[in-house]
Design a binder for this molecule. Sequence first.
Ligand code: SF4
Ligand code: SF4
Length: 487
Amino acid sequence: MERIPVKEQFPEDVDSRVFNLYEKKEKIYIRAQEGLFQTIRLFTGWPLLLGYFLAPWLQIEGRQAIFFDLPERQFHILWLTLWPQDFVLLMWTLAIAAFALFFVTTLWGRVWCGYTCPQTVWTAVFSWAEQITEGERHQRINLDQTPSFLSRNGRNRAGWNKLWRRSLKHLMWIGFAALTGITFVGYFYGIRHLVSDALAWQLPLTATAWSVFFTLATYINAGWMREQVCIYMCPYARFQSAMFDKNTLIISYDPSRGEQRGARKRGSDYQAQGLGDCIDCTLCVQVCPTGIDIRNGLQYECIGCAHCIDACDSIMEKMNYPKGLISYTTENKLAGGTWTWKRPKLIGYGTALLILAALFMLVLYLRTPLSLDVIRDRGQLYQEVAGGRIENVYTLKIINMSDSTLHYELQTEGLPNPTLLPDVPIEVPAREMSEHVVRIQVDPDQLRDFNTEFEFILSTADEATGKRLRTEAESRFFGPRPLGSGR
Ligand code: SF4
Ligand code: SF4
């Protein structure tokens, strides 16, 4: 078979058709925009930023209020301390968070992305730093076109201006990224220890490495990658459309009002010229952090930040046209219908969320802040002690998950007339695990088998709540084979 050269198959522009598999990324120069929704974003972004940076400094009962203590395997969240045994609670929390996100997305679309997602909030801070160091959109475009100070033709005033502005921007970015990374590690290391160890140059290598890693991750994600994270890396952007229905809140351009778009003189009778309300100023595109044109319809790149609404409203105001050419709406409303809550997805997610939240509260209420593990002495099965009794030795691992030191009573169930030694209450300090060796002695004549299954029962009254705490753990008692057992 004759092979046709690629050049002949695609005679014109063969390079771009065959070899450029990936579209070249165009840099997005976001234009700053003020307006109602940007003010709302300030009120959602600032509390989140302050909460993130200040929360690890809060102290409750002499410890960090939110502290994920991995070496001690304890998660402190305000007044609650979770242990590995509480893993199920973490699963509940994740399930509740997932269904809350599904519910909110079905109802209000991508409000999470637009107003509260850390990528959006941190990118907004980085964009602000860029704007105060490098100037407005057109100044940043000019700066990019200025030759670098390091190049031969850049050693002039403009090149110097570019160098110091860029350097200051990256210094601000790295400073904020470092603050973010150190705070993040502070949730796991203890922020006060982290800062004092760092100041004394005694920070362990692991903590240093993680701080540097999170600093770099923040710097790259919020400074360099920005919308690329939302468009290409975030899985939520990909599957959120599955939660959308015709009544989900979306940001949309109204083509029936805006088209035919086109320039016109202010105050002119544009309708007589066959024009709609869109003056084709492209401001809505210039302010868009993902660089899309909302006039092309709903696109998965849209993070619902409402920059385009504020931008278009400002133009409508200047033109003396009614606001809302780009607005929060629903597909149903755009088609002339009315909004309704009676939607299978919304009701389904809402019901699942309520059930999960109710079960979580129940599990939390019934949770016993006490755990018991029993390990039999592996050295010998049993030993005979004074009086011909048989003794087995056990190590009990007791975790007191409450916030006060407790004294526990130990009993057994399933053994004939056992003697427990030592026969004193077991003291375990608050939020600690302790090991206790106990011995059990039994008269062998009363044992029906050489291997008897029984239960340890540990109980106490919680001094803080007055609630009776009790937990059980199974174990086995070994003795000599009873005569004539045949086994
Ligand atoms: S900002 Fe409004 S008027 Fe300007 S191009 Fe966008 S939709 Fe049209
Ligand atoms: S189109 Fe752009 S500016 Fe408008 S909401 Fe979506 S991401 Fe924001």
